[in-house]
Design a protein around this ligand. Sequence first.
Ligand code: SAM
Length: 342
Amino acid sequence: MSEQEPTRVEQVTKLLNLISGYHVTHLLEIARELGIWELITAEPGVTARELAKRLGTEPFYSEVLCRTAFAFDLLARERDGWRMAPHFDEILGTPDSTFYLGRAAQVHMQVGRDYAEMPRRFRDGSIFTFQDHDAAFIEAVAASLKTLPQILTDVVLPKLPKLERRFADGARVLDVGCGAGWALVHLAERFPKTTCVGVDIEPRSIELANDLIRSRGLARRCAARVMGAERLAEDGAYDIATSFLVVHEIPPAVKEDAFRGVARCLVPGGSFVIFDETYPETDAELRTMPTRFAALAQWFELTWGNRVNTRAEVDALCAQAGLRIADETRYSRFAIIVAEKK
Ligand SMILES: C[S@@+](CC[C@H](N)C(=O)[O-])C[C@H]1O[C@@H](n2cnc3c(N)ncnc32)[C@H](O)[C@@H]1O
């Protein structure tokens, strides 16, 4: 036995720690639904008793929720009450913050519904695609990904000044796999000279996107339509193509065509922004957060037919489409790769 080998008891504890994540995921979502994170963010120091009175919740249940959240470093003590642990006021308690992730737990609870069928799918090799899921799932995903375009404009673009200037100068933007249209409206509002077109193969998402465009009064500059990226046939109609968590969702059988479709749509020198996860290429990346999360995504999206590509595979997809990697950066678990049409 090597000196570093963990003991049996340590391994039991590790397993319990892993299972804790399942329960804390539920706690995160229950507290969001009850308004607990937002109230503690607005009133640091609030006691569980006061919180229960204000939110109409059972006092002992509320006390236990706060103590459990404290046990897992989500809350900190303040006087005889509670405040959010550092940065969780933004991450969990401020829905319009760029860094809000308060709906991530809800998505993973939706994703978790697939596990019931997983043993059967392992045996028969069947798939149940993203688009096969019900409205509750599609809407939960859309709500949770709303901040990705904000992260692009607020955190990533300042590191990519050439691309930022291009948006500001009035780019014609294509958002590939636009989902519920959050990127379309965000980019159009942030950069008033742009026009933004979204395509997606999922019809309910396109309905949501067109509703959102109308509700923001952006119908003159934004549009969304049902279409697979692999069928894009316009020549040089766009300056920038964006994609948020889409490349790993494009069916492997059409992915090369999709990259070629996007490339065809771009003007020479146009940029394809790939905002997605890339699968770890080394054991070190596989065993470390946040790169490990991409491996977890490949696991929980396995039976959707998705393939989380490695960085080398993304390079190859770009090269065969006549795109060359011009720039790249990271944000937590995401790789942001900018490929330019030659
Ligand atoms: C995880 S969702 C992300 C949606 C959106 N970009 C967002 O950030 O909210 C992935 C999207 O890619 C779309 N998609 C998958 N394959 C596609 C294809 N071949 N062409 C266009 N969209 C596709 C899916 O329907 C889904 O809406």
